[in-house]
Design a protein around this ligand. Structure first.
Ligand code: AMP
Ligand code: ZN
Length: 446
């Protein structure tokens, strides 16, 4: 298995520390419905897990659900996203978190994504967060100011390395009004205090005051408790490199004196019709909105997997339509296998897996599928690798439908075209079309 490791900036042969590959994926902030940009990442990381399993590895994977204390900006100011969701919908932050966790998990299963071994809710790890801050403080990495406990990034020598940050440039460019109390512009809150009168429903006592964890802390604590660092693979979006992942690495080192992960994978962003995804452009499509336009979750997954996680991808409805047609074409190749079974084992799957194992090159794997003859066994393995429900969504026709096809053929032979058209329409209602070939009728899915 070869993977592009963001930490080393090269493609490397993947080697886990032990028999079980420990993987962590930074999960969603649960304050709004996931749009197709957010979901893209989970599809890539699902392929990673499936490919590792196909290569014979055991995997233990954790995804966190950020249900607390994640501010709208990457800095330590701005509005809490859950408070924002609660105000928008007239609900409590706890209801907002429960609702959107439910909706996220529904998308997740509609996309046939392999369940992680642990779904970790940030609010379930507050004692671990506090323990981690205590350790960071005991090890001399934090200082307290009026609005929280901050990480002194100057104390962690390698702070700039992961993202190749230009700390001097950052310091020089610090905006006027930047918290006077912060020692360095890159310092960040590991724990925030709630000011008297400040509206913040989620709160825990620490250092004799109400407060809540800083954004990055949950990943550090959850990994420590559920996996144990260093883990084998840590995944997320490229936007996480300069702040979130850099800070996770710093916290982990400061608390536990170890590195956080040996391999880091980051996926690039998708644009829609060449534009970034944003509410103001009205292009934050959800799976439900794709469904209203006639595209299933599987069609969308086909679209995602026809490209590469490191590439910038441009989503258009034309390209989604092409992905949908490609899936239909594959299903009809399965339909052909019911009608003229082939026992050939071409061992195509090995070649397909070879492409995916080469830094998740599913686009190349898809081209191999397009251009090779696959047996039913190959299709079943393709489904296991990509989770595309090709075989499950392509059942053989039942006896009743087979009888209608036969009757239609008889009607055609006696030139009763009205009857054969009626039977053709009946078949269409069952999602089946007929191709009349030299060897007789062949049925296909519509
Ligand atoms: P947000 O809730 O908008 O902050 O998004 C959560 C995460 O989803 C981000 O940190 C990104 O990693 C990912 N994400 C957001 N927009 C896109 C996009 N257009 N393409 C790919 N990933 C995205
Ligand atoms: Zn994280």
């Amino acid at each position: 298995m070869k993977l592009f490791n963001t930490a080393s900036r090269k493609v490397e042969n993947f080697k886990p520390f032990s028999e079980v590959v420990k993987i962590y994926t930074c999960g969603p902030t649960v304050y709004a419905k996931a749009h197709i940009g957010n979901l893209t990442a989970y599809i890539y990381w699902d392929l990673l897990v499936r490919a590792l399993r196909a290569e014979g590895f055991s995997v233990r994977r954790v995804i966190n659900l950020t249900d607390v204390g994640h501010l709208v900006s990457d800095g330590d100011d701005g509005e809490d996203k859950l408070e924002k969701g609660a105000a928008r919908e007239g609900k409590s932050v706890y209801e907002i978190a429960d609702d959107y966790i439910g909706l996220f998990k529904k998308d997740y299963s509609d996309l046939e994504l392999a369940e992680p071994e642990v779904w970790a809710r940030a609010t379930d790890y507050i004692p671990e967060d506090i323990e981690a801050v205590n350790l960071m403080t005991a090890n001399g990495f934090t200082y307290e100011i009026v609005d929280g406990v901050y990480f002194d990034t100057a104390k962690f020598e390698g702070y700039a390395d992961f993202a190749r940050l230009d700390l001097e440039g950052l310091q020089a460019g610090a905006r006027v009004g930047f918290s006077e109390e912060k020692r360095n512009v890159s310092d960040f809150a590991v724990w925030k205090f709630i000011k008297p009168g400040e509206k913040h429903a989620m709160r825990w006592d620490y250092l004799g005051r109400p407060g809540y964890p800083g954004w990055h802390l949950e990943c550090c604590s959850i990994i420590h408790k559920e996996l144990g660092e260093p883990i084998d693979i840590h995944c997320g979006g490229i936007d996480h490199i300069p702040v979130h992942h850099t800070n996770e690495i710093a916290e982990c080192y400061a608390a536990y004196k170890t590195s956080l992960a040996s391999t880091w994978l980051h996926c690039d962003f998708i644009t829609i019709d060449g534009e970034k995804i944003s509410k103001s452009l009205g292009n934050t499509y959800t799976l439900d909105e794709l469904s209203e336009r006639g595209f299933s979750a599987m069609d969308f997954k086909m679209w995602v997997l026809s490209g590469h996680y490191q590439g910038t991808r441009n989503f258009t409805f034309e390209s989604l339509e092409a992905a949908k047609q490609r899936r239909l074409n594959w299903r009809n190749r399965i339909a052909m296998l019911y009608q003229s079974p082939s026992n050939d084992s071409h061992d195509v799957f090995k070649i397909i897996l070879g492409s995916v194992s080469n830094n998740l090159n599913s686009a190349e794997a898809f081209a191999i599928i397009d251009n090779s003859e696959l047996s039913m066994e190959d299709w079943a393995k393709v489904d296991e690798l990509f989770g595309l429900r090709l075989v499950a969504d392509s059942p053989d026709i039942d006896e009743d439908t087979r009888a209608i096809i036969f009757e239609r053929q008889v009607a055609r032979e006696r030139k009763d075209y009205a009857e054969s058209d009626r039977l053709r329409d009946l078949l269409a209602e069952r999602g089946i079309s007929i191709l009349d070939t030299a060897n007789g009728p062949v049925w296909q899915y519509i």
